[in-house]
Write a protein that binds this ligand. Structure first.
Ligand code: GTQ
Ligand code: FE2
Length: 383
């Protein structure tokens, strides 16, 4: 039998406090608490407020990262940091200020800026983490998913479900930056992740630069499901959702509204969700992705939701309120809305850097996790 030495400090630390719902402090209570510590026991009555709050109390904080700060640092990393086997990706993660310095934007979500220099390849690998890319500016990189080269351009959303082999190559003369979203923190805390290195080099075919991926030729036709392809994989078979389509869907919603027809989620606020064309559900088992367009001058209703969201301003500018934080945001800026924090946004009139004249917000969240488990809730305090 092994015995713990009394010299080993217990990781459990209990303190008697004179507070409602707590036992009256005494020498005997202290003695009981020391014995609990020694046996590695923790009573519920000292922990209940933290463990079982009346509503979610995220450890994460609302926080904003400015594109104008991120991009030059990614460019500098492009000069100093090679990309290759081992490190795998020149990706720089957003670290929420209250998650202990871990590279986690939220307790479940990873968000990073990734950068690839002209002619560079990011090597092939696969992992159980679900992932996507979103492009706020530039083009020239093909992400190669399951040996299918997929071009990436401004406004495109490129999901990639877990365990698919993937690599990226820059086939142009210019560097390119984009953002990655993954469920790395979720799988890390669930102790679920697996990872494998792929081949050392991509084939000539994989280095190809087609205008459309094979996946789009098969799956990218509205309302049309290829009979030859079995459905029901985990995650969408469509590897690119093109800006041309997203933009038209949002513009049409606002036009329908202007003509007096239903279409928008609230006045002046159009929104679409990226979905799996074979099932109609979220693109990835753990990640939801959406694009929102808010007409200038419109203020959205505050919403609270279980789970975290990360937003990137795609176009336009506005004022964002998250809990007690307020920021003015513009193209490329990224911010996190922790679980159950009220979120609303006001689109600024006549912003000159907007193609549509509106505020366009890309959003991703961990909602599918909570929906799958019956834990999802939303609340609109002012409605
Ligand atoms: O591009 O494959 O930001 O595996 C983090 C992990 C990107 C990627 C990230 C990854 C990737
Ligand atoms: Fe990866």
């Amino acid at each position: 039998m092994t015995q713990r030495s009394d010299a080993t400090p217990s990781p459990v630390h209990l303190e008697a406090v004179d507070a409602p719902g707590q036992p009256t402090p005494s020498a005997a209570l202290d003695e009981l608490y020391r014995s609990f510590e020694k046996e590695l026991l923790v009573p519920l009555w000292t922990e209940i407020g933290d463990l079982m709050p009346a509503h979610p109390q995220s450890k994460a904080q609302p926080h904003l990262w400015r594109w104008n700060d991120l991009l030059p640092l990614a460019e500098r990393a492009g000069e100093l940091v090679p990309v290759g086997r081992g490190g795998e990706r020149r990706a720089i993660a957003l670290a929420n200020p209250s998650l202990g310095g871990r590279p986690f934007v939220a307790p479940t979500l990873w968000a990073a800026i990734q950068y690839l220099m002209p002619g560079e390849d990011a090597p092939e690998h696969r992992h159980t983490q679900h992932a996507f890319r979103f492009v706020v500016e530039g083009e020239g990189v093909w992400t190669v998913v399951g040996q299918d080269p997929v071009p990436m351009r401004r406004g495109d959303f490129l999901p990639q479900a877990g365990w698919n082999w993937h690599a990226h190559h820059n086939a142009t003369e210019k560097p390119m930056a984009w953002i990655d979203g993954l469920d790395i923190p979720f799988q890390y805390s669930a102790e679920a992740p697996f990872f494998e290195f792929g081949r050392e080099r991509l084939s000539d075919a994989e280095h190809g630069t087609p205008d459309r991926s094979r996946s789009e030729r098969l799956w990218g036709h509205p309302g049309l499901r290829p009979l030859a392809s079995p459905a029901g994989g985990r995650g969408t078979p469509l590897l690119a959702y093109r800006w041309e389509h997203t933009n038209r869907a949002l513009a049409d919603q606002l036009e329908l509204e202007a003509e007096g027809h239903p279409g928008t989620v609230e006045p002046g606020h159009a929104a679409v969700r990226f979905c799996d064309p074979s099932t109609g559900s979220d693109v990835l088992p753990t990640i939801r992705a959406e694009m929102h367009r808010i007409r200038p001058g419109v203020q959205t209703q505050p919403v609270q939701e279980v789970g975290a969201s990360v937003y990137q301003v795609f176009d336009g500018s506005g004022t964002v309120t998250v809990g007690s934080q307020r920021w003015t945001v513009t193209r490329g800026d990224l911010f996190v809305v922790p679980s159950w924090q009220p979120f609303s946004v006001r689109s600024e009139a006549g912003s000159s850097d907007s193609d549509s004249g509106s505020l366009d917000l890309f959003r991703f969240s961990d909602s599918p996790i909570f929906e799958a488990l019956g834990l999802h809730r939303t609340h609109e305090p002012t409605r």
